[in-house]
Write a protein that binds this ligand. Sequence first.
Ligand code: C2E
Ligand code: MG
Ligand code: MG
Ligand code: MG
Length: 284
Amino acid sequence: EVKKNGKNGYQFYTGQLNAQMKEKIELEADLRQAIQRNQIFLDYQPQIRAGDSQMIGVEALVRWNHPTRGIISPGVFIPIAEETGMIYELGTWVLREACRQMKEWHNAGGPLIPVSVNLSSQQFHQSHLTEHIKGILKEVDLQPQYLELEITESMMMDAAVSSSILHKLTEHGIRISLDDFGTGYSSLSYLKNLPIHKLKIDRSFIRDITVDQNDKAIVATIISMAQHLNLDVIAEGIETKEQLEILMKNDCKEIQGYYYSRPLSADEVEEAFFAPLRIESIKL
Ligand code: C2E
Ligand code: MG
Ligand code: MG
Ligand code: MG
């Protein structure tokens, strides 16, 4: 009986693995066509100044509208893009589209705020990255201070390499934000030498902050450290008023999370930018 169960279990397991592999291979093939077929698009999540609830930036978040599977999240297809080398083409599309859209909003009289774009490790290490991004900014005529790149601590492992890349980017006027801060394993010493503008406190420290004293201590320490190092700091994943209150009490001035807004479509962002103006002009 044991044998029989074992055999069945084994067969079931391989069946599942095969199904997973098949799905991945299919997605991989579909992803190759996705850009050309206009299935890739960006949502934008507002970044808010807690003091006066003003929008101070937006983070571009990539999505894939798959013809049969519907909207697929980046957590699923970014790793596939990275494994297959498609990340360069995809990343370039994201950078260009985010910058183009921001310029269009600026031109239309929207707020002069920056767009944050997530960079994968492979993009960060691609040769001539700064020249590449400079080209995109020039093409869409966006000034570099309106582009913020979100990178992670794990990309800072080789201090000499990351220092050289970051200096080139920031000398051109591009802003740098450290995403998912606190979850990496790299030493903090890079913070004193590298040209970084902002720390983004990872969502995992925020989730239980109302009940977990350790999370609260870590978050308070990150905020205080950022202030002493003269860095901006933003908390991500704020979902409730109680979480917001703790952040504000600890002097965190910038907030990103469902409490203020989930990621919005480009049309919804436009609405948020321009709808109040429209209402006012109707009144006139
Ligand atoms: P991230 O850069 O840390 O982005 C924040 C993620 O948290 C987004 O998920 C966002 O929708 C989600 N989020 C924001 N506020 C809340 C909240 O209050 N509660 C909860 N539970 N979640 C919240 P999303 O859009 O699924 O993106 C996941 C990750 O995929 C991103 O994490 C980023 O690492 C990666 N990603 C997204 N777009 C790109 C891209 O264009 N290029 C690259 N390389 N990676 C991207
Ligand atoms: Mg991010
Ligand atoms: Mg993050
Ligand atoms: Mg993340």
